[in-house]
Design a protein around this ligand. Structure first.
Ligand SMILES: NC(=O)c1ccc[n+]([C@@H]2O[C@H](COP(=O)([O-])OP(=O)(O)OC[C@H]3O[C@@H](n4cnc5c(N)ncnc54)[C@H](O)[C@@H]3O)[C@@H](O)[C@H]2O)c1
Length: 344
C-alpha cells in the first residue's frame, strides 16, 4: 500500500485531531505530500508533526476561502475527518453541530467533486448511524433512523450527502464507519472520549465515573487499526459508493475497561456509579467487520491491553501538558456529562 501513497497529495480535513494526526503521520511515512485543513477548534498545533511535506492550513471547512486554499494544492485524495465532536457537545450546541457536520461536509464533498479528486473517504460513525439496533454484530445494512443526538443525525447526514454526490455526480466516495477509536494523540477534555478521560482521572487518583450499570459494551478500536482501514478505503479499487465498518470486532464492558485502566495506572480510587445519560441509549455495540475483511483486506491487529499500554505511554510522555492545560480537563462529574463520550 505504501507505493500507492508515495508522491500523492492528500488533503486531510481535521488532520490535527485524534485520528487525523495519526493518519497524517502514516501518510508522511509513506512519502505522501499532506495538506491539513483544520481550525484547531478541538485540537492543538502540537498534535501535528513538523514535516517538510506537510502543509497546514488553519481554517474552517465551511469557509469557501479556506477550502479554496486547500484545493489549490490539487489533492489527489481527500480524507474528510473534520467534525464537531461529539454526542454531548451536539446536545449542548446542535446548531454548530449542523453547521460543521452538515454544511461543512456538503462543502467538502462539492469541492472534491469540482476538483475531480480520485477518492474521498468520509469518516462516518458506526456508533451513530446504527441507532439502538439490537442485532449483534452490526452489519452495514442495519442502519436506523431512530438516532438520539444531533451528532448522530449529522454523521448520518454526511453519509446521505455522500450517497447523493456519488449517485448523481459520480463522486468517488467511500464511507468508513468508525467505532470507538482510542490511542495516542487523543487528548482528554470536556467533550472527549471515555478512554482518555478515564486515564486522566486514574492518573489523578480519582474514581472513574460510570454512567449506567457498567455492563454496557463498546467496540473499542486502536487508532492504528482505524488508520490502516482508512488507508485501505482510499486505495482499494472498485469500492466507490460503498460503506465499511472499521472496528476491532470485539466487545468490551465499560466497567472492565475502567478496572483495567485503574490496574494499569495503580489507581485505588475505584469506580463511581452515576445515572445513565438520557441520550446514551446503546447498551451494547459490536461491529461486523466481515465486509471490510473481505473487500478491503482489513484486519485489526491491536488487542485492548497492548493498545491501552501504548495510550498510557503517550499520556505519560505528554503529562506535563495534559495535566495542566484546562482544555484537557474532563468534565466535572455530573450525571449529564459523565465520564466522556463512549458512543462517538
Ligand atoms: N474518535 C472516534 O471514536 C470516532 C468514532 C466514529 C467516528 N469518528 C469520526 O472521525 C472523525 C475524526 O474523529 P476524531 O476522534 O479525530 O475527532 P477530533 O475532534 O479529535 O478531530 C476533529 C478535528 O476536526 C477539527 N475541526 C472541527 N471543526 C472544524 C471546522 N469547522 N473546520 C476545520 N476543522 C475542524 C478539530 O479541530 C479537530 O482537529 C470525525 O469525523 C468523527 O466524527 C470518530
Amino acid at each position: 500500500m505504501s507505493g500507492f501513497y508515495s508522491g500523492k497529495t492528500v488533503l486531510v480535513t481535521g488532520g490535527a485531531g485524534a485520528i487525523g494526526s495519526n493518519l497524517v503521520r502514516s501518510l508522511l511515512a509513506m512519502h505522501a505530500r499532506v495538506v491539513i485543513l483544520d481550525d484547531l477548534s478541538a485540537s492543538t498545533r502540537w498534535n501535528m508533526p513538523e514535516h517538510a511535506r506537510l502543509h497546514f492550513i488553519h481554517g474552517d471547512i465551511t469557509d469557501p476561502t479556506a477550502l479554496g486554499l486547500a484545493f489549490a494544492e490539487r489533492p489527489d485524495l481527500v480524507f474528510h475527518l473534520a467534525a464537531f465532536f461529539a454526542n454531548q457537545n451536539s446536545m449542548e450546541n446542535p446548531e454548530e453541530d449542523l453547521r460543521v457536520n452538515g454544511l461543512g461536509t456538503l462543502r467538502v464533498l462539492r469541492a472534491s467533486g469540482d476538483a475531480g479528486v480520485d477518492r474521498v473517504v468520509y469518516a462516518s460513525s458506526g456508533c451513530s448511524i446504527y441507532g439502538d439496533r439490537p442485532e449483534r454484530p452490526l452489519r452495514e445494512e442495519l442502519i436506523s433512523t431512530r438516532l438520539s443526538t444531533p451528532y448522530q443525525v449529522t454523521k448520518m447526514l454526511g453519509e446521505l450527502y455522500a450517497n447523493c454526490f456519488h449517485e448523481q455526480a459520480d463522486l468517488p466516495v467511500v464511507k468508513a464507519r468508525l467505532f470507538n477509536s482510542y490511542g495516542p494523540w487523543d487528548p482528554p477534555g470536556r467533550y472527549r472520549n471515555v478512554i482518555p478521560n478515564f486515564i486522566w482521572r486514574a492518573l489523578h487518583g480519582q474514581p472513574l465515573p460510570i454512567t449506567g450499570s457498567g455492563d454496557e459494551t463498546r467496540d473499542f478500536t486502536f487508532v492504528q487499526d482505524i488508520v490502516a482501514g482508512l488507508l485501505l478505503c482510499a486505495s482499494v479499487e472498485g469500492i466507490e459508493g460503498d460503506e465499511f465498518n472499521l472496528a476491532s470486532g470485539r466487545e468490551v464492558r465499560i466497567a472492565d475497561l475502567a478496572r483495567s485502566i485503574n490496574t494499569a495506572v495503580g489507581n485505588e480510587a475505584g469506580l463511581h456509579h452515576l445515572p445513565r445519560r438520557r441520550w446514551d441509549t446503546k447498551t451494547r455495540l459490536l461491529a461486523d467487520i466481515t465486509r471490510a475483511r473481505e473487500r478491503l483486506g482489513y484486519e485489526p491487529t491491536w488487542d485492548l491491553d497492548r493498545g491501552l499500554e501504548q495510550t498510557l505511554g503517550w499520556f505519560r510522555s505528554r503529562w506535563d501538558r495534559l495535566s495542566t492545560d484546562p482544555r484537557f480537563r474532563p468534565p466535572t462529574v455530573d450525571p449529564g456529562e459523565g465520564s466522556g463520550d463512549r458512543s462517538a
